[in-house]
Design a protein around this ligand. Structure first.
Ligand code: AP5
Length: 214
């Protein structure tokens, strides 16, 4: 089953995707992770994307759609999770065309809803391992020893530039203006399921699994 996980910044898309990869062997396609990898490697794509991302704005569609096309071509036949793409209706229309071209199908669009105050707390407290990308939270999911990544032993667990207060505000606004309308779009395609994204990770995961199996 191929799914799209979408919702506001900090809703837990990356966290739930990691659980789906671990327990179901799915392929995770996260445009945010792909951009961060390109920035780390200082590729032309990364250099172009960095300014937009640090400010909390969307990277232009043309760049993003080409990147997703390459990722979809390299799933190796595994079921995939799209996380962070599409992020507006024009990207959703481009995705529809891409899927036809690649003979793939999107089975479900799962929308994670979390109240705004919780989102701000999750984003401002998030920490990420620079080496393996594991995601933590200073209170909900702290590092066991306070400084070393529990997954890979990496010593550089950092706060994303776009998790600072100013960027968070822009990202939440961009979400309201551009991404929330996708709910109506996927309702129209008859593949939308709304999921309550509060509670701990395992509660949310149980709801995701129910939605996938329904
Ligand atoms: P991206 O990385 O996709 O950012 P996002 O969509 O804003 O989502 P986040 O990664 O912030 O949050 P998440 O929902 O994955 O939450 P997480 O699981 O980490 O994109 C970054 C930027 O790249 C964009 O702003 C844009 O500039 C650009 N970009 C990306 N895609 C693009 C596109 N298609 N077009 C154009 N530009 C694009 O969890 C967050 C925190 O909460 C963590 O600390 C976690 O531990 C904690 N947490 C998770 N679940 C729970 C829970 N149940 N209870 C308590 N805490 C929890």
């Amino acid at each position: 089953m191929n799914i799209l996980l979408f919702g506001p910044p900090g809703a837990g898309k990356g966290t739930q995707s990691a659980l789906l990869v671990e327990k179901n062997g799915m392929k995770h396609i996260s445009t945010g992770d792909l951009f961060r990898e390109a920035i780390k490697n200082k590729t032309p794509l990364g250099i172009e994307a960095k300014g937009f991302i640090d400010q909390g704005k969307l990277v232009p569609d043309s760049v993003t759609i080409n990147m997703v096309k390459e990722a979809l071509k390299s799933t190796g036949g595994k079921p995939f999770i799209l996380d962070g793409f599409p992020r507006n209706v024009s990207q959703a229309q481009a995705l529809k065309t891409l899927l036809v071209e690649l003979n793939l199908k999107l089975d479900k669009a799962l929308f994670l809803e979390v109240p705004k105050d919780d989102l701000i707390g999750r984003l401002s407290g998030r920490r990420v391992c620079r080496d393996c990308g594991a995601v933590y939270h200073i209170s909900a999911k702290p590092l066991k020893d306070g400084k070393t990544c529990d997954s890979c032993g990496g010593q550089d667990v950092y706060q994303r530039n776009d998790d600072k207060a100013e960027s968070i505000a822009t990202r939440l606004q961009v979400y309201e203006d551009s991404t929330r309308p996708l709910k109506e779009y996927y309702k129209g395609q008859e593949i939308l399921t709304e999921i309550v994204g509060t509670g701990d990770e395992s509660d949310v995961y149980a709801r995701v699994k129910i939605a996938m199996n329904s």
